[in-house]
Design a protein. Structure first.
Length: 266
């Protein structure tokens, strides 16, 4: 099972300013982990890739220099992806896949973020049919990046807690976003209309585990209490105003699923 990646269109990337060069997977040899340096302005949500993009465009680059970015909820955002040359570590931008974690200073990466970086590493090895070298930025260039906690984790072999995709735990749960949205919009239900949906129960359980929803509302009915709880989740992901309306969207729902063992289909 592959890693769920929020693509450039989904997070609202700006067009490339000059197209980055392509590179074949067969040229990849290493996997570089990065952090932000100073603590970043945002550690969760779409603001993470947007901030990186703004900074990298300011450097005069084509756009985001990393291949992927991971936030503290474990959401993965596409930068240069699998097939473009990066701008993250001089001398290693063709052969190295660069992954950024949205922490800085002495901030510690969350278990969800580490799980996602490890999943990306495993996916990179699968795609390249090769065991890629595990590197911190400082292994290829004189820099403090990726900072103490992340670098120690890389050197320890990138151990990750939680369930690798498709393995262990109960069964991999799949939540159908469009069914979830229609369930959320049927409150109060029309008489005789079945609104209970198992995917809603999965999401409610996750919201309860986050401390955002009382257990008595975990009932498979995405009602007003669940909508209010989901709004709090969206706010935690960095959304505000009309973007935090309590009706699930793909990016925030994938963040929740990443942390609680379910996947999302549009
Ligand atoms: Zn770096």
């Amino acid at each position: 099972m592959s890693v769920e990646i929020i693509n450039r269109a989904e997070w609202g990337a700006r067009p490339w300013q000059g197209t980055p060069y392509s590179v074949a997977l067969s040229e990849r040899r290493s996997f570089f982990v990065h952090y932000h340096g100073d603590p970043p302005a945002h550690s969760t949500g779409k603001a993470v890739p947007r901030d990186v993009e703004r900074i990298h465009l300011g450097n005069g680059w084509s756009g985001v220099g990393y291949n992927f970015m991971v936030d503290q909820n474990g959401a993965v955002y596409e930068g240069r992806g699998w097939g473009l040359v990066g701008a993250h570590c001089p001398g290693h931008n063709r052969t190295g896949i660069g992954v950024y974690v949205a922490i800085g200073g002495s901030q510690k990466p969350s278990d969800a973020a580490l799980r996602s970086v490890r999943d990306l590493y495993d996916e990179a090895c699968r795609r390249t049919a090769r065991t890629l070298a595990k590197r911190g930025h400082k292994d290829g260039y004189a820099t403090a990046c990726p900072g103490g906690p992340l670098y120690a984790w890389v050197k320890a072999g990138m151990p990750a807690k939680g369930t690798p995709p498709g393995k262990g735990k109960p069964e991999a749960k799949v939540v159908d976003l469009s069914r979830l949205i229609s369930a959320a919009r049927q409150d109060p239900p029309k008489p005789g209309t079945p609104v209970s949906y198992d995917g809603a129960r999965t999401v409610e359980k996750a919201l309860a585990a986050e401390g955002l929803l009382a257990a008595r509302y975990v009932d498979g009915h995405f009602g007003s209490q669940t909508v209010a709880a989901y709004r709090r989740w969206q706010q935690r992901c960095g959304y505000s105003g009309a973007a935090a309306d309590g009706i699930p969207g793909i990016a925030s729902l994938r963040s929740l699923g990443r942390a609680h063992g379910f996947t999302v289909t549009p």
